[in-house]
Write a protein that binds this ligand. Structure first.
Ligand code: ADP
Ligand code: ZN
Length: 236
C-alpha cells in the first residue's frame, strides 16, 4: 500500500510508541494488529494478555477472570505488574502500540512512570471514537480465533468456513464478555474511567480524535497519516 511504502520500515518510525484509546468495540484490537505489522511495532494488548492468562490458568488469570466476565476493570496493581514485565521484554524496545491500556488517569500516570524509568515516552495517542449502536453491533457479532486471536464478525467480516479461522484453521468462539448486558457494563465503566485518561493526553497535546464508525481501512489510513506527520517532525 502507498502510505506504508512511503513510511518505510526503518528509521525513527520503527521506534514509535503509540496508544490507541477508545471504547470497547471501537476497533482498537483490529487496528492495532494491522498497524503493528505495517509499522513494525510490537502490539501490546492488555485484554489479550489477560485472556491468555485466563486460558493458561495462571495465578493472574484466576484473579482476573471474575472482573473480566462482569465487564469490570481488573485491579490496577495486577495490570500494572503485568505491563511492567512486558516493557522489560526486548520486543518493547522496538517501539509499540498499546491497546487497552491506560483505561483511567491512574494507569496513564503509572505508564508514564514505568516508561520514564526505561528512558521511553509516548509519542502519540489515537482516540478512536465510536457510537453506541455501532459498538453493540460490532461486539455482539464478534468472533475470535481460539489459537491466533484473529477477529471476525458474523455479518461484517464472516469467516470463509462457519466458525473456523481463515488464517490458521482453528475454531472461533464468542467472548464471554461480548453479551449485550456485559457490553453495556463495559461501556459504563469506560465512560466513567476513561475521561481522566483522555484529558491527561489532551493536556500533553498528544491526543488525536478519529471517527471510528468508519470502515476499518479508512481508520487505519487516518492513523498512518498521523504517524507520518510525527515522523516528519524532529524527535528525540
Ligand atoms: P474491550 O476494550 O473491548 O473491553 P479488552 O480485550 O481490551 O476489551 O479487555 C477485556 C477486559 O480485560 C476488560 O473488560 C477488563 O476486565 C480487562 N482489562 C483489559 N485491559 C485492562 C486495563 N488496562 N485495566 C484493567 N482491566 C483491563
Ligand atoms: Zn486463527
Amino acid at each position: 500500500m502507498k502510505a506504508s511504502s512511503a513510511l518505510g520500515v526503518s528509521g525513527a518510525e520503527d521506534k514509535m510508541r503509540i496508544i490507541l484509546l477508545g471504547p470497547p468495540g471501537a476497533g482498537k484490537g483490529t487496528q492495532a494488529k494491522v498497524l503493528a505489522e505495517k509499522l513494525k511495532l510490537t502490539h501490546i494488548s492488555t485484554g489479550d494478555i489477560l485472556r491468555q492468562n485466563v486460558s493458561k490458568g495462571t495465578q493472574l488469570g484466576k484473579q482476573a477472570i471474575e472482573f473480566m466476565n462482569k465487564g469490570l476493570l481488573v485491579p490496577d496493581e495486577l495490570v500494572t505488574k503485568m505491563l511492567t514485565e512486558m516493557f522489560d521484554q526486548p520486543d518493547a524496545k522496538k517501539g509499540f502500540i498499546l491497546d487497552g491500556f491506560p483505561r483511567n488517569i491512574g494507569q496513564a500516570q503509572t505508564l508514564d512512570d514505568i516508561l520514564k524509568q526505561r528512558n521511553m515516552s509516548i509519542d502519540m495517542v489515537a482516540y478512536l471514537d465510536a457510537s453506541e449502536p455501532v459498538i453493540i453491533q460490532r461486539l455482539t457479532g464478534r468472533l475470535v480465533c481460539s489459537a491466533c486471536g484473529a477477529n471476525f464478525h458474523t455479518k461484517n467480516m464472516p469467516p470463509k468456513k462457519d466458525m473456523i479461522c481463515d488464517n490458521c484453521g482453528s475454531s472461533l468462539y464468542q467472548r464471554a464478555d461480548d453479551q449485550v448486558e456485559t457490553i453495556k457494563n463495559r461501556l459504563e465503566v469506560y465512560q466513567k474511567e476513561s475521561a481522566g485518561a483522555i484529558q491527561y493526553y489532551e493536556k500533553q497535546k498528544k491526543l488525536h480524535r478519529l471517527d471510528a464508525d468508519e470502515e476499518a481501512e479508512t481508520v487505519i489510513n487516518n492513523i498512518i497519516h498521523l504517524t507520518a506527520q510525527y515522523n516528519d517532525s524532529p524527535k528525540v
